[in-house]
Ligand binder design. Sequence first.
Ligand SMILES: *Cc1c(COP(=O)(O)O)cnc(C)c1O
Length: 482
Amino acid sequence: MKYQSTRGHEVPQTFSEILLGGLAPDGGLYLPVKYPQVTADELEAWRKLSYADLAFEILSKFCDDIPAADLRALTRKTYTAEVYCNARAGDNTADITPLRTLGEEGGTKLQLLGLSNGPTLAFKDMAMQLLGNMFEYALGRAGLELNILGATSGDTGSAAEYAMRGKRGIRVFMLSPHRKMSAFQTAQMFSLQDPNIFNLAVEGVFDDCQDIVKAVSNDLEYKARQRIGTVNSINWARVVAQVVYYFKGWLLATSGPGQKVSFCVPSGNFGNVCAGHIARMMGLPIDKLVVATNENDVLDEFFRTGAYRVRKSAETYHTSSPSMDISKASNFERFIFDLLGQDAGKLAALFRDVEEKGGFDLSGTPEFERIRGEFGFASGRSTHEDRVATIRDLSARYGITIDTHTADGIKVAREHLSAGVPMVVLETALPAKFADTIREALGHEPERPAAFEGIEKLPQRFEVMANDVSQIKAFIAGHTGL
Ligand SMILES: *Cc1c(COP(=O)(O)O)cnc(C)c1O
């Protein structure tokens, strides 16, 4: 498997090298030179596989530098019923990602693919848990250490910590705004007692935390000496790991070859739906890929009009589906690269326009036609009122409580149903994480998986830090011993 950068040409790195890196050296994102193809026969043979073994089959097409026996051991260690144990009554946990049919709507089945049964109750665990095991494996093989530095306002940080806790050769330094996360999210992260996890509560807001991460990353000498890395959503291994559940979802929703399925994906950084696009490019019979946004609708605007107009931080709303509050979708460049026929020159010109003019416009171009045609994309947006109404409706109609992000997905999916094509909505979090909106919609607390009962009362381990780059740098250096 050869890789390339969206900004340039072929790059010499193997999967294992890309695994530990972020951006390509030229500032682009990594993609394979050619997407591996899956035949209809192969797909049919995969029906009987466990999630772990399906993951092995798909991943082995992308990481041929990892010996097969090692890769299989990694997927089997990751995708276990013990790790993905938070499924609700009525879900079949043995599948890791249970598919639940809500009902018949618009002449087809409206279905929910449960991706939130991992340790932090959100779909990010699907990829991050594998990443933790792959990092430990790759670092061990190379005899290296990695110190992960990140900033979080909730979801990503906890998924990273639960994936990396106790892993050899890895430390996590996670910055969060002091006293600004929900009690549940704070407890989830700060109750971890693992010595390789450092929660740094910064006296500031989330943007301050992000600025510190940027400042540290820009100090190349420090970064190299302290072996600083990241686990952000452009990480190629995360995207590949997410490809797997589109295959699993298709296998669960169909009974024979060639049947089409549509997916609706609550979207922010475009990482999740980018994996769906890749599954489709590999030959999975996906009809539509429906991008659902909240009030932060950069992506919906693009897929409807062809105009990509990134928002400034001040124009980014804080919504009740906060993990989709994004003004600039970092994985979007991967799709645009394919849309432009992998023309790195054209892509660089468009993203220069993003830097200089705040966006680009493909309306009226042949590319815009191909987005809905050849690439199967559709989109829609959802608001707080839609979210609340959808949570109420699903509770009354189907007796299920969904979280706010999934509610955005259901709302938009219903606008794109076509008779005879199952619509699979990706459930990206469990409602226990977003109790405020659930109370507003239903007048009671969301159900909490047993493992999380009383989590707020557990002892917490964290350091309060000044909003000061040099103090954070000193703290990290003092704990890596490098
Ligand atoms: C991260 C996240 C999303 C958005 O996923 P992207 O890959 O950034 O598009 C949606 N819902 C939840 C609950 C998330 O945590």
